[in-house]
Design a protein around this ligand. Structure first.
Ligand code: NAG
Ligand code: NAG
Length: 439
């Protein structure tokens, strides 16, 4: 078995053979082109007493390395392997060991399989799955990654709780939005509140947001949505560990890690919500995956599932609505919103045309139970199939700076889809609660 190799594991099937007291695990991995066999080393089931420290943080360093651990999930789809989502320094891979613990017993460590995601956009750090085969401890509650096989050699290493221990077939939510990364003191309050209220009208019951930093007014709004129960805020202090890039293109926006660790948070969000939500929408904070033929996401997904049975990844094309072009009628140029920081998305009804030969980014609606690894615009590894959604059914509405700034209004498409929904009084209620609107 080699370390640091990037093998494309599309599917695992695990054969367990009981040999007296020892278990041997053989992972059969299939790739598109050829089959690769990994033979795991024989598992030592001895147990040592230990006092395991437990990490309460979203980001936990692996001691004696530059690598970071994010969270640990049992993956019930692959015979109970444990997947630790991490961020590793690509050129500094060394043998890393999985150590499980339960109460005050720790297992002897064994080598983790390092499965680096293929997308890292050239940055020195990459999102990586650290895979631990079935547990040597029957009821392990925590796991960690260490540079030593023996935890007593590294007693300061914190353990992570193992989540998703039980699978489920029904879920508390139908639609959850994963918003990767809030950073740079983001304070686009008006667009955020309008977007949240639109999600609610579309049938979204839950939004998960990864917070590195935000502005003072947005902070108040986030707390209102958190109290309401719709918003889960995961603290994401990646800037305390690395120098994250503000962009996605290494030469243009240098740094240690692509876009504040967006790839790690998107993958984390999939596993966090695997048994909590039927569907996940993976998009940025300034994007809305809008149905164009249906009044809500539920009806649209019923229609899409009927058309495409067995599909688990629905790719929706992104469309830019330049914030520099305003509706002439002034219908939504409301006095009470003039002093609210941020963009009024209802005023921006002009949509840029798609260009021949220019990559048109997309965002995703997925069934998380069928996805193993994701990137931003497409999934990296899935157990099911992917389809691109007809723009007549759905588009990502993305109000931002123009990409084709030289186009005049008559060269842009008029698109008033957002106007079909009644947002004003709902937005005002939230702004009032946040103390940003005079009553
Ligand atoms: C594991 O947990 C179950 C339920 O909590 C318990 O009944 C069982 O005895 C435990 N097994 C071991 C090996 O500790
Ligand atoms: C977001 O993160 C910043 C920086 O850690 C923190 O000051 C702020 O309180 C957080 N906001 C929320 C709503 O969690």
């Amino acid at each position: 078995m080699t370390y640091g190799s990037m093998k494309v594991l599309n599917h695992f099937s695990w054969i367990q053979m009981k040999n007296k007291r020892k278990w041997t695990f053989v992972a059969l991995t299939l790739t598109v082109a050829s089959s690769i066999y990994i033979t795991w080393p024989v598992l030592d089931t001895s147990i040592t007493p230990c006092s395991a420290l437990v990490s309460e943080q979203t980001i936990t360093p692996i001691i004696n390395t530059n690598h970071l651990m994010v969270s640990a999930y049992k993956d019930n789809r692959f015979k109970g392997i444990t997947r630790i989502i991490g961020i590793v320094k690509r050129d500094q891979l060394q043998p890393l060991y999985c150590i499980f613990c339960c109460h005050h017993s720790c297992s002897k460590g064994y080598l983790a399989h390092i499965d680096m995601h293929s997308d890292h956009f050239g940055y020195p750090f990459a999102t990586t799955d650290l895979l631990c085969r079935s547990q040597p401890l029957r009821n392990a509650t925590h796991v960690t990654i260490s540079t030593h096989a023996d935890i007593l050699e590294n007693q300061h290493q914190s353990f992570l709780p193992i989540r998703n221990k039980e699978s489920a077939a029904s879920f508390p939510y139908t639609f959850t939005v994963c918003v990767s990364n809030l950073f740079g003191g983001y304070n686009n309050v008006l667009q955020f509140v309008q977007t949240m209220e639109m999600y609610k009208l579309l049938g979204v019951q839950r939004v998960v947001i990864y917070n590195t930093s935000c502005g003072p007014e947005l902070e108040r709004v986030l707390l209102i949505y958190k109290d309401e129960g719709i918003l889960e805020i995961v603290q994401w202090p990646i800037d305390r560990f690395l120098n994250p890039s503000k962009g996605w293109n290494f030469p243009e926006h240098p740094g240690d890690l692509h876009y504040y660790g967006q790839l790690a948070t998107l993958n984390e969000c999939i596993y966090r919500n695997m048994y909590r939500s039927k569907y996940l929408l993976l998009n940025d904070i300034d994007e809305i995956i809008m149905p164009y033929k249906h009044v809500n996401l539920q009806l649209m997904m019923e229609n899409l599932e009927q058309q495409h049975p067995g599909v688990a990844v629905f790719v929706v094309m992104n469309h830019i609505f330049p914030k520099t072009q305003f509706d002439d009628s002034g219908r939504f140029k409301l006095v009470q919103w003039q002093s609210i920081p941020g963009i009024n998305i209802l005023e921006h009804i002009y949509r840029e045309p798609s260009r021949e030969g220019v990559f048109n980014p997309s965002k995703l609606i997925i069934n998380p139970r069928e996805v193993v690894q994701t990137s931003v615009h497409s999934v990296l590894r899935t157990l099911a199939t992917t389809v691109t959604v007809d723009p007549a059914l759905s588009r990502v509405v993305h109000v931002r700076e123009p990409l084709q700034g030289s186009l005049t209004k008559d060269q842009l498409h008029v698109d008033k889809r957002l106007w079909d929904f009644d947002l004003i009084s709902k937005v005002d209620d939230v702004l009032r609660k946040a103390g940003l609107l005079m009553s």
